[in-house]
Structure formats: C-alpha cells, structure tokens
Design a protein around this ligand. Structure first.
Ligand SMILES: Nc1nc2c(ncn2[C@@H]2O[C@H](COP(=O)(O)OP(=O)(O)OP(=O)(O)O)[C@@H](O)[C@H]2O)c(=O)[nH]1
Ligand SMILES: [Mg+2]
Length: 452
C-alpha cells in the first residue's frame, strides 16, 4: 500500500445519524479546504477545533451543513495530517461528501488502510492493529475487553520484554565472538541458560492462551439437536431471551435449521436450532433432517435434548448415540424434568444435566457444563491476554529455537547460539511488527473494513 498519497473513506457505519468522512495524508488540509467552507477557516491555527460550515460540491455550489476538524500529524489516529468531515447520516449525504473529497484529489482508501498508516507511522504495533479489528468484530464483553487490553499494548509489552532479554544474550554472544582473544568479564553461560529456560516457560504460558483467543475471537458453534418435540426450539428461545423459533406441541414443528448469535457466559456463540431427527414423513422434512445432521457434524458443541419423561429413557439414549457417536463435545440435556421430577435417569458416558425449560430450572447447571466444554480446563476469570493463531505460530517458532541456543551456549559455541537466538528474536519481532513481511501485512489489513 502506498503511504504517500492522501486517502479518504466514510468511516462510520450505514444507518447512523452522522457520517464521518476521514481524509488522511499530507494533502488532507488542502483537500478539506476545497470541500468544506465555514465562518472560521479550516487551518493550522484552528487545529483540533470542531468548526461548523458547509460542504462545497464539485460544481462549486454549497451542499449540506457539516462539521470539520483538522488534526495535524503525528497526533492523529493515522499519524498523518487528518481532516474529518461530519455530515448528515444516511447513504446519500455521505456519498455526496465523499464524491466531493475524491474529486478534490484524494484517493479512496482500501480496507484497513487508515490503521495500516497508523502502523507504518509507529502509532500502533501489529498486535494493536489486530486488536482494532477484533474490537470491531467483538461479539461479547469478554472479547471486547480482550481486544481493549491488546490495543493498550498489554500483549506487545510482554512480547517486547522477552525479545529484549534475548537481545541481551545475543549481544553477549556477539561480543564473545568479536573479542574472543580478550579476557573480559563475561557472564557465565549457565546464567543465560537459566534465563532461556524462564523465557521458554513464559512463551509456553502465552501459548496456553491460544484457545481462549480462538474462542473469544471466532466464537463457538453450538447446535441444539434431538428427537422431535424434546424442546430444542424452546431452549433456543430461552437462551436467546426472545421468541425466535416457533414452538408447538406438534412433533416436527421446526423444518429447517435456524441460526442466531448469542452470548453465553461471555462466550460468543452461534446457536443453531435444528429439525427434530426421526424417519421423515415428507420430502421437506427429509431435507430439514439432512441439514440437522450436517449441523451436528459442523458443531463444536452439541446439546442433545432428551425427553426426561419419555416412556423408555434408554430408547432416548440410543437415538442420541446413533447420531453423535463421533462427537467429542456432547452434552446430554434431559428436558421436561417438571413432568418426571423424581425419576432416576440412566447414567451416561457424556456430561448430562436435567432441566425444565418450562419452569426455567437447571439452566445454570447446563451453562456450567457448556463453559467447561468450551474451556476444557478450569477457567474462572477473563483472560488478561490471549494470542491469536498468527501469534501462536511465531511463538512456537521462537520457543523451538531456544533449547538449541541453550545447548550451544553450554558448549560455548557462541556463533551457533547467536544463529538460534536471532531466529527466536526475529519470530518475536514479527509478532509486534518490528519485523514484517508485506504478504503478512496484506493478509492482516485486508480483513479490516474500509474506513478503519
Ligand atoms: N412440560 C414441559 N414442556 C416443555 C418443556 N420444554 C418444551 N416443552 C413443550 O414441548 C413442546 C415441544 O417444544 P419445542 O420447543 O417445539 O420442541 P422441539 O424440540 O423444537 O420440536 P421440533 O421442532 O418438532 O423438533 C411444546 O409444547 C413445548 O411447550 C418443558 O421443560 N416442560
Ligand atoms: Mg423445534
């Protein structure tokens, strides 16, 4: 991406009351002055003041009222000179203003290009830029808090501290090579070897947060499945907090899969309600049931609903086993416990819980099981930081090089130790973007929306 020219984009979502057009680059002020005029002029002396005026259309006529603000670099989001025009919301007003700005010589910004400039101008490192994207797409409070902490630089600070320690060790190795003949006051290799052990442990600790990162950033696919009439749609509605799916006492009510996003215990989920599985009575139901099976295959967690009041509970269990034999994260949910409150239900090889959607009983226990299945380990608090898969790959690269480096240090092979240390340092530097590769940058920023 070219970082010299002046770029512009609408940076607010469609449908709001106000649209903001952002202009960034060395020509921002000039472009802003061509497209906006007010009583107080848009100029250096009025920097960072919100000024009221009007948009100047390309044919010279005045358009809508708009506020303008000039933020000279480097103290702006991108680090460039920035002008923002705040005009009326709605697609048309924004489009008209954007057209005027484009005709005045700015270029339309690509996805993530403002944030890319912030990265190039040193306003944000790569993990912070990635957090901007996470923040926009966050689907739960926990995901949002995680993105905020990453944006504040919590992850970068940890990585940077580790990288600096490695740089110090490398510096010693290089001095040993440069001044091999001299009897200087060298640090014992064992001190560095111990330090490398601690660094490896810290990196492994960071790698453990990968699962939390994946869950919070991508969410979890949860499917409600079971025989007809077991209460799948009723449970969906209860978990969503509104009547999304049709519920009737007629078996086979839900004909097609139905998807909604929700937030269960801070975990973003896509909940899929499915058609009850049985011998199909007609073509449409058959297609619906095929879809149910496909959803079960794709699910990360299956909540299989069983009728706690069924005449033969073993029959319920056999049906579940037949359709979920290969599923790891299966939770058996005996619903309608209100109809058979004192019944002893057969034990199961998977986690199970007794609930009544009708009486809203057992739901917290169900959510406990769900949370356990998601985290796969005890997890009581929000994660402070959590790495994404790009970070994890690089951390693995770094941690692999360290035992080699330690071995070389032990054998006083400073040259080889330096090679391995450099490899680890480089991996860590790629995480924060101190070192970067154009393809990786493209990949990261292309996931952004235009205007960010
Ligand atoms: N007594 C009792 N009835 C329930 C409970 N949960 C659901 N029901 C009733 O069971 C019937 C079926 O509920 P649904 O939620 O439509 O069941 P479903 O599994 O989605 O059924 P299909 O879409 O046909 O596969 C409705 O009459 C619900 O009111 C419960 O906990 N107790
Ligand atoms: Mg249903």
């Amino acid at each position: 991406m070219n970082t010299e020219d002046t770029i512009c984009a609408v940076c607010t979502g469609i449908g709001g009351a106000v649209s903001i057009i952002r202009i960034s680059g060395s020509g921002a002020l000039q472009t802003g002055r061509k497209t906006w005029r007010g009583k107080t002029e848009l100029a250096e002396k009025n920097a960072r003041k919100m000024l009221l005026g009007k948009i100047i259309l390309p044919n010279g006529e005045t358009g809508d009222s708009a506020l303008a603000v000039y933020m000279p670099g480097p103290n702006s989001y991108t680090g460039d000179d920035v002008v923002e025009l705040h005009c009326h919301g709605g697609v048309l007003a924004a489009r008209q203003t954007l057209d005027a700005v484009l005709k005045a010589g700015a270029r339309a910004a690509g996805p993530g290009e403002f944030t890319f400039r912030a990265f190039v101008n040193g306003k944000q490192d790569l993990t912070q830029a990635e957090a901007v994207c996470d923040l926009i797409t966050a689907h739960s409070d926990m995901a949002l808090h995680l993105a905020e902490r990453q944006m504040q630089g919590k992850l970068s600070a940890g990585i940077e501290a580790l990288r600096e320690q490695l740089v110090n060790i490398l510096a010693e190795c290089e001095s040993r090579l440069d001044f091999a003949e001299e009897d200087l006051d060298w640090t014992e290799a064992s001190v560095f070897i111990e330090q490398l052990g601690k660094i490896s442990a810290d990196i492994n600790e960071l790698l453990k947060s990968r699962r939390e990162g994946v869950v919070l950033r991508n969410g979890i696919r949860v499917v409600l499945a079971g025989k007809p009439n077991t209460g799948k749609s009723s449970l969906l509605n209860l978990l969503l907090g509104f009547e999304r799916a049709i519920v009737t006492q007629i078996p086979g009510t839900t004909r097609d899969t139905l998807e909604e996003t929700a937030n269960l215990r801070g975990i973003p989920v896509t909940l899929t309600d499915t058609a009850g599985i049985r011998e199909a009575t007609d073509l449409i139901e058959g297609i619906g049931i095929d879809r149910s099976r496909r959803s079960i295959r794709q699910a990360q967690i299956v909540l299989w609903l069983l009728d706690a009041a069924a005449a033969d509970p073993d029959d319920e269990i056999n049906e579940m086993t037949a359709h979920t034999s290969d599923k790891k994260n299966l939770i058996a949910v005996w619903n309608k416990s209100d109809l058979a409150p004192d019944r002893d239900l057969p034990s199961l090889p998977c986690p199970s819980v007794k609930i009544s959607v009708l009486k809203t009983e057992g739901i917290e226990s169900l959510l406990d099981l769900f949370e356990k299945a998601v985290w796969e380990f005890p997890h009581t608090e929000e994660p402070e930081i959590a790495v994404n898969s790009r970070h994890a790959r690089l951390l693995e690269g770094a941690v692999e090089a360290l035992p080699e480096a330690a071995g070389n240090l032990a054998g006083h092979d400073w040259e080889l130790a330096a090679v391995h240390l450099r490899a680890a340092i480089s991996s860590l530097a790629m995480i924060t973007g101190k070192e970067s590769d154009p393809d990786i940058l493209d990949n990261i920023f292309s996931r952004f929306c235009i205007g960010k």
